[in-house]
Design a protein around this ligand. Structure first.
Ligand SMILES: Nc1ncnc2c1ncn2[C@@H]1O[C@H](COP(=O)(O)OP(=O)(O)OP(=O)(O)O)[C@@H](O)[C@H]1O
Length: 286
């Protein structure tokens, strides 16, 4: 198994906090997999992201015990190189936009300029990423004159252009309409196809069900479940723990309880159609 990130017995408290925001966390993140992170508000998802990218303890002090390793090296032993390895996309794209560049093109190029990449390479990479994120038509616009969905695509482009191996994306669609959400997920899907390691915090459970490989569930600072998305998202006992599960998983389980011979609990709409049709055929055979 190729673990790109490992958390070993991590407990962290923000300064002056009475209870830790993360408690006794042990988790391995495998290279090239897509992790969906879910849990109630305040359960520790954003704090988990801050730990992975070394923001804790670099920027947030407080008390940290245990170790977070990225490619076998402690985050506390990295200098600036960690930010080249791990791209972070904020919930609010306003936070990501530098505010010092006047066009979208310059904004996307900004990070590469800071890394001292040669001009021709910057041009090539920016053009490529703008195509991938479907923002070519916005190249000459001011980043602040965009819709929320467009701005989030620019924010994603400015991170993707740096070619990090790991992407941590914290609720990218919370402020977007369905169309903006769809366009952001088209990009996330393309990143998944490039075999990037992706850690995505997202409340929209159907999107997690559709795209993630693995799901991590947080509650009150503890990771209460982790594993294959099919297994986690069909575990109805998690509902009692406050986790959101796909409606189709709940429906499938209830149909099973009512006696429908459904062999697998669906987590996506496509699976629901397939698995329920299979079960109906099975029932009619009898
Ligand atoms: N900068 C901070 N200083 C002190 N406490 C904080 C800070 N950020 C978060 N917390 C606390 O840590 C706990 C975990 O918060 P966190 O933001 O990680 O949860 P979350 O699951 O990401 O929530 P949400 O879904 O609302 O974004 C909460 O009790 C929160 O109040």
């Amino acid at each position: 198994m190729d673990n790109i990130i490992e958390c070993k017995n991590v407990t962290y408290s923000y300064p002056l906090a009475e209870t830790p925001a993360i408690q006794e966390l042990n988790v391995n993140i495998e290279r090239g997999k897509f992790y969906g992170v879910i849990g109630e508000n305040g359960s520790g998802k954003t704090t988990f992201c801050a730990l992975l990218r070394g923001f804790i303890p670099d920027f947030y002090k407080g008390e940290l015990n245990g170790e977070v390793l990225v490619e076998g090296k402690k985050t506390t032993d990295y200098g600036g190189e960690l930010s080249a390895k791990i791209g972070y996309v904020f919930q609010n794209p306003f936070t990501q936009i530098s505010g010092v560049k006047e066009t979208v093109f310059e904004e996307v190029a900004y990070g590469l300029e800071n890394f001292g990449v040669p001009v021709e390479e910057i041009e090539r990479r920016v053009v490529e990423v703008m195509q991938m994120t479907d923002i070519e038509a916005l190249a000459e616009k001011n980043p602040f004159d965009l819709s929320g969905g467009q701005m989030q695509r620019v924010a994603l482009a400015s991170v993707i252009v740096l070619e990090p191996d790991i992407l941590i994306i914290d609720e990218p669609t919370s402020q977007l309409d369905p169309e903006g959400t769809e366009s952001v997920f088209a990009i996330i899907k393309a990143l998944k196809e490039k075999r990037k390691t992706i850690i995505l915090v997202e409340h929209k459970i159907d999107l997690i069900a559709e795209y993630a490989d693995e799901v991590l569930v947080f509650k009150e600072g503890r990771m209460i479940a982790a594993g294959d998305k099919q297994e986690i998202l069909s575990d109805l006992s998690l509902l009692e723990q406050g986790a959101a599960l796909p409606q189709v998983a709940i429906l499938g389980s209830r149909l099973k309880e009512k006696g429908l011979p459904i062999s697998r609990i669906p987590v996506t709409e496509k699976q629901a159609i397939e698995f329920i049709a299979e079960a109906l055929k099975e029932r009619d055979k009898k």
